[in-house]
Design a binder for this molecule. Sequence first.
Ligand code: GRF
Length: 204
Amino acid sequence: MFLAERHRSRSFRVIQKIGVLVSGTGSLLDAMIQDGLPISLVVADRPCRGLEIAYRAHIPIRLVDRRRYGYTNGGLDFDRSGFTEQITRELLEHGVNLVAMAGFMTIFSPSIFRHFKRRILNSHPSLLPAFKGEKAVADALAAGVAETGTTIHIATEQLDEGPILAQERVAILEGDTVATLHERIKQVERPLYPRTIRDFSTKF
Ligand code: GRF
């Protein structure tokens, strides 16, 4: 057995069922699929390419559209609890024991963090604690810093907080736009996130 295969089968004994949450293009999800991670379910909060990627890979998908829970611009009157409970139900019904947010763009109510205590991971495109929030790449550019990067961490009720599992730096180049910089960050995230999930799973 090749070393990589041995590594994979050892990890598989530990992480059995991953649920991936997406909202966008799903390139991190795609990297997880290519890596061979055992993904049991992909959930999206809106119609998006991530769902199509999962569908083509024959992974069960669920769309829990936040607009059905009253989400409009900014989500002020949004039924966050109902939305969170529905996603939690879907994950539990599919036997998920590890949740990976991969570009998921809705903030949950606290209940899901009780069901999946220390079992929800997130990838954020900055070197946390710097530049939290959904404009992390634009904020790093605007701040004029020389480098930013990515952080894989255990997600908690507090946005973009929680124990850090891995970080990698990315230099900001002259002429970078949000799009070029974010793409270079994602190039780092695509191998780092699956690797971190495997390492994390051996510590279950
Ligand atoms: C990644 O940069 C991730 O850190 C952030 O959203 C992006 C997801 O990209 N939370 P994609 O939708 O997987 O291409």
